[in-house]
Design a protein around this ligand. Structure first.
Ligand code: OGA
Ligand code: MN
Length: 215
């Protein structure tokens, strides 16, 4: 993890409402489930970002079928996505390992898994996942391409850190990192870690989330 204190070029929005996760602290692991609502409703793009029309993409049938474009389109560029309930046995085993690693026993998890396919020029702008639709933990497998995830404190934008997500790694955002920092995936032109270029190719992320605590 590369942590930095210093100005970032862009302004950041004010604090989001928070719903803390029991015993959670800022934490991420760099190594290696579904959505009751469309993925578009789980994202809350930065309100200071200009709203742009979602980009259109050629999509494969399965990805096109479930694509939810508009709200996501403001936070993510160059993507297609789906939510998957049925997995092969081999994939189920991997996903179970992810869930066992990321979620505490008894946490209600979304049964569908969010799959996001970013093309080489695609990127994810700073946002905090909606507290209405997602709980305190987000676990993502990064596949095909390494990338850099940037976390920026909403309270103090000078407090930020970059995380190198090697291909085939797992990251876990929970607690402070999930609620008090925006996260983003840098575009290829900005994709550096510790001064080293991290070339961005097409990247697929497989993301498991838990449900928000009942209110
Ligand atoms: C998201 C997101 C990160 C990733 O879908 O909300 O932040 O690893 N994805 O693709
Ligand atoms: Mn997100």
């Amino acid at each position: 993890m590369h942590r930095a204190a210093g100005p970032l070029p862009r302004p950041r929005p004010g604090p989001w409402p928070r719903r803390p996760c029991a015993g959670s602290r800022l934490r991420s692991a760099a190594f290696g489930p579904g959505l009751a609502r469309p993925a578009s409703q789980r994202l809350r793009p930065s309100p200071q970002r200009p709203r742009r029309k979602p980009r259109r993409h050629k999509t494969e049938p399965q990805l096109r079928r479930r694509a939810t474009k508009f709200i996501l389109g403001r936070a993510i560029h160059g993507f297609r996505e789906t939510e998957i309930a049925q997995w092969s046995e081999a994939s189920r085993e991997i996903l179970q390992r992810v869930r066992d690693t990321a979620f505490l026993p008894g946490m209600s998890q979304l049964s569908l898994v969010h799959v996001l396919d970013l093309d080489k020029s695609g990127y994810i702008k700073p946002h905090v996942d909606s507290v209405k639709f997602c709980g305190c933990t987000i676990a993502g497998l990064s596949l095909l391409s390494s990338c850099v995830m940037r976390l920026v404190s909403e309270q103090n934008p000078e407090d930020w850190m970059d995380l190198l997500l090697p291909r085939r790694s797992l990251y876990i955002l929970r607690g402070t990192a999930r609620y008090e920092f925006t996260h983003e995936i840098l575009k290829d032109e900005e994709s550096f870690f510790d001064g080293q270029k991290i070339p961005r190719e097409r990247r697929i992320s497989v993301i498991c989330r838990n449900l928000p605590a009942p209110t």
